[in-house]
Design a protein around this ligand. Structure first.
Ligand code: PLP
Length: 489
């Protein structure tokens, strides 16, 4: 068990010291005017939460995924193959939909950009989780998975405003997305003032959420930091009075406030957002009926990492919500918008070893998936656990170990799964692999398939969902004809 809230408090305090330094350096405008407050009572009474990790194997032999043989999956569906375990997705949804430490999110909204296969969306919808869409394509996916944009129209029994089943979140409208949100009456989370006026011209009297950039951000990589001056995302916090005037001029009502500071950040940084959001909420005033903490919840990828204390986190946001309810005299819906948290641990990328070779002193295992299949290592130097399913079914297979670099088939030197940030090739201690063995890249269920591409004219892989010990194909592998569709000579 880890004492998570004291840790959270220490980190928030150290961030406050940092903020103090920024202030001295003259960056006062970047800081929240109300710094986040975590009352001592909350800190001392919240139990640490240990959420059971899924069955990740890092550096060992794996024969099965969620009760189905890895070799059988590869035989049936080919490789590279994305495999999702439905039960892990359900478990992660319930971590957030069920109350923790006496507090609960009213709405869990899945940032489907993390994993948008419609079978996964359908599963998540059945868990009572609503959805975020960042494009027309994602709106159509949500509809195909059974989300009804008009499902909840009335206030709930306990006085909460209805939750929108689908919210479109972006910094711009392309022409197609503006047409679709107007046609379908989808609620919009605006990341720029221009969006307000463009929406008003199409949907007079619309209600909107504002995505606000709080002036700071944090992600697992600088590329996933979505706050501060280095980020294009959201409406700058100091511009709110101006934007509110523009909203009023356009006849738009601001009913929601949303902040998302980055993907795969940590709870200490996320906790800071609550204070800034509260300040901005008071500037917007009584029209607000919903606040969103955004996404960014971290998950453990590396050995020794554990899940964060979600009880302390929801308590912190619940207190923010309560203070705003008191100030405004009406109920406020509290939302969270995770992506990675709900699906990352459910996903496995099954690949086949196609070559094993030496380059001087370094040994390379080359598989049939590349950064066209899973881009996170090349984009961020991201670490994914790996396991081996040897072709030899004997009990001693995989006993021999080797330090190897793992790469793919692409005509790019960066096509390496074992690399660190900056593109430096690293190695892993893995069971010795031979051609024909299956290498499984684990915790690949978020920002995996959705970032796959046709680079080098490689087809998109198939996706399979395992539920109750049964594997179901939920996306067919692309064919050579798919690759040429729409092209002419
Ligand atoms: C607006 C928004 N919400 C939520 C998320 C989900 O982030 P994560 O997958 O880290 O929870 C993202 C991802 O960057 C995002 O841009």
């Amino acid at each position: 068990m880890k004492p998570a809230l004291p840790c959270l408090l220490t980190s928030v305090l150290s961030r406050c010291v940092l903020n103090g330094l920024q202030h001295l350096l003259g960056f006062a405008s970047l800081l929240p005017r109300h710094s986040p407050q975590i009352p001592a009572a909350t800190v001392s009474t919240t139990p640490a939460v240990q959420i059971p990790a899924p069955h990740t194997i890092d550096g060992g032999v794996r024969r099965q995924i969620a009760g189905v043989g890895v070799a059988e999956l590869a035989r049936e569906h080919g490789t590279p193959l994305y495999v999702y375990d439905a039960e892990t997705i359900r478990r992660r949804c319930r971590d957030l939909t069920q109350p923790r430490a006496g507090a609960a999110w009213d709405t869990v909204r899945f940032a489907q950009k993390a994993c948008s296969n419609i079978a996964v969306l359908d599963l998540i919808r059945r868990e009572g989780v609503v959805v975020d869409a960042v494009s027309t394509g994602e709106i159509h996916r949500a509809l195909a998975a059974g989300y009804d944009p008009h499902a909840a129209r009335s206030t709930t029994a306990d006085g909460l405003p209805p939750a929108h089943a689908i919210v479109y979140t972006a910094d711009i409208f392309d022409r197609e997305s503006l047409d679709e949100v107007a046609r379908l009456g989808i609620h919009v989370n605006c990341g720029s003032a221009d969006m307000l006026e463009q929406l008003a011209a199409r949907v007079p009297g619309a209600e909107v959420t504002l995505r606000v950039n709080p002036g700071f951000g944090h992600g697992h990589s600088q590329k996933t930091n979505t706050g501060g001056e280095g980020s294009k995302h959201g409406i700058w916090h100091a511009d709110i009075p101006d934007v509110m005037q523009r909203a009023e001029g356009a006849g738009i009502a601001v009913t929601g406030l949303h902040m998302h500071i980055g993907s795969g950040t940590d709870l200490a940084h996320l906790a800071e957002v609550a204070g800034t959001l509260e300040t901005v909420a008071r500037e917007i005033g009584r029209t607000l009926t919903t606040i969103s903490a955004g996404g960014g919840l971290p998950i453990p990828y590396r050995p020794g990492e554990v899940h964060a204390d979600l009880g302390g986190y929801v308590q912190l946001w619940n207190m923010t919500r309560r203070r705003l309810e008191e100030a405004f005299g009406h109920r406020i819906r509290l939302e969270i918008e995770p992506g990675r948290y709900l699906t990352a641990e459910s996903g496995y990328l099954v690949t086949e070893v196609r070559a094993v070779k030496r380059q001087g002193s370094r040994k390379y295992v080359l598989v049939d998936a590349g950064f066209n299949t899973l881009a996170r290592p090349v984009l961020y130097g991201a670490y994914h656990p790996m396991s081996l399913c040897p072709a030899d079914p004997g009990p001693t297979a995989g006993a021999l170990r080797e330090e190897v670099a793992v790469g793919g088939p692409l005509c790019e030197s960066g096509d390496i799964f074992t690399q660190t940030d900056g593109g430096f090739v690293a190695t892993r201690d893995l069971p010795a692999a031979a051609v024909g063995d299956l290498l499984v890249i684990e915790i690949a269920g978020a920002y995996g398939f959705v970032m796959a591409s046709n680079y080098n004219s490689k087809p998109l892989p198939a996706e399979v969902l395992i539920d109750g010990g049964k594997a179901r194909l939920v996306r067919a592998r692309q064919t050579p004809a798919d690759l040429l569709r729409g092209e002419t000579v």
